[in-house]
Design a protein around this ligand. Sequence first.
Ligand SMILES: Cc1cc2nc3c(=O)[nH]c(=O)nc-3n(C[C@H](O)[C@H](O)[C@H](O)COP(=O)(O)OP(=O)(O)OC[C@H]3O[C@@H](n4cnc5c(N)ncnc54)[C@H](O)[C@@H]3O)c2cc1C
Length: 508
Amino acid sequence: MESVLNKGTPAGLGVDKAYDVVVVGGGVAGAHTAMAVARFSKGRLSILLIDRNSAEEFGKKTRMGWSCGDAVSKKSMDFVCSNLGISYGHPEIEHKVDGVLVYSPDHESKVLFDGDGYILNRKVWASRQLEYLEKFGVEVRHGVDAHSLIASDGYIRGVRCKDLSTGEDVEFYAKVVVDASGSASKLRTNLPIQSYIEREIDKENDVIGTGRYIVEFERGEDDPTWFDPRYCIIHLDQVMAPGGYSWVFPKGENKANIGLGVLRRLLKQRNARLGVDENLQDLIEKYLSLNRAVRNPRPSSSPLDENNIFNIWQVPVRRQNDCLVANGFAIIGDAAWMPRPIDAGGIGPALEASIILGRHLVEAIEMGDVSQAGLWRYNVEYVRRRGYQMASFEVLRRYLQGLSNERISFGMKYFLSQEDVESIKRREHPRFPLLTSLMRYLLDGSLRRKIREDPELAKGLRLTAEKSRRLITLYGQYPEEPSGFEKWHKRFLAELNDAYRRLSPQTV
Ligand SMILES: Cc1cc2nc3c(=O)[nH]c(=O)nc-3n(C[C@H](O)[C@H](O)[C@H](O)COP(=O)(O)OP(=O)(O)OC[C@H]3O[C@@H](n4cnc5c(N)ncnc54)[C@H](O)[C@@H]3O)c2cc1C
């Protein structure tokens, strides 16, 4: 595909300013991508980052605040810090944890995913990112809302924005525009050129409605299944959080981020079944009031949490967009549906993707080819490092969402092995060896009895493991160049759709 370098600005379009890279969105994905481009180009490239918030509210997701559970693995933070030569500490890292504990609906089984993690103060973290952006020489425009992309000759050339302080339209041109504007991206949805990037997500099945409080409290009962300052706690419960989960993430000895996420379609079904009309906020309040380890919860009094106490937003929980680039354009973070389908963790994927994208943007611009083909390595490297597991987690997530509380408790108690826990810790799909190994089946009489108690559950989990292997193999064949994409995508979607068909709730 032809390079756009040296083509100049399309005639007839007024230019406010032209850059090498314009990044839209000052969240975790956009801020670190801009830093990465600055770092890897050693300051040679001009970068503009646009965020619709004021400087004081940099990176704020919605009007309600910096909506997040605030948890991230130390590993992801170390990765981004070592690549960018930066460091984060207190107060943006508010609290340290030793791992995540997941409880079954009946609270009888718990699974520990140990590993160092951080609970962030997202608001303070965003201001630290802004300081680094300034150090890296990135130009940041606050209070600018990007509403559409500018295209000509099949390439994205820039972005049309509204300056929110003056109400005036402004246009910025760039060799590459990066969409890091989060899960409600207008840019990806209205992408005006031909591309393999999918515009829309399946909102019914692949978007979780989620919200949380940041609260202080006195300690109530000494019950570590409800609060433990050393661990992030996750409760699985299809009545409390249908199709999602609820969480208590500690921010100190007497402070926590407490919230839950639901699949709205399943919430409606659950409400109809129970004859109630509860919304997400009702469920969060209820969950908070049920917590026997947390007494007298009240909004955090810390000035660092001002305007960030309660908020509700959405997280995409699909695999990442099957293609992340187009001519002069790339997507990242929630705009690219990067959060892990199984737990909606999106900070780690966004951080890692920002380093990969940053490197390949610099390479493509300096090679003079910002076409889809020139940017394609970002697709390949992201799939290789992170993305290859995501479709299999999507299949597992959709399957688990269709199970009752009893079945989830039963499965966690009898069918989940330590090997599965180790796989999930490595961010891999569990293989359910208890259900897939013939030898174990033959040697273990009590396991055979349990399988006979719920053979359909055993069959469903076995099938998710089999589908996982196939989808990962297909990701291993992700095309090295755009010319191979259509053929690959057809095979990939056929495998995925077959999984959905065979794992639909009617069959389990
Ligand atoms: C309630 C909740 C709990 C979560 N918990 C966790 C967790 O514990 N751990 C975890 O890893 N992940 C969690 N996530 C997901 C995680 O927060 C996101 O994956 C992550 O913040 C995505 O970062 P981003 O930069 O892609 O998008 P965002 O953080 O959404 O940032 C987008 C930025 O772009 C700006 N913007 C949007 N549109 C425009 C526009 N048109 N013009 C200019 N600027 C624009 C926004 O104002 C914002 O500053 C949670 C999400 C929610 C909602």
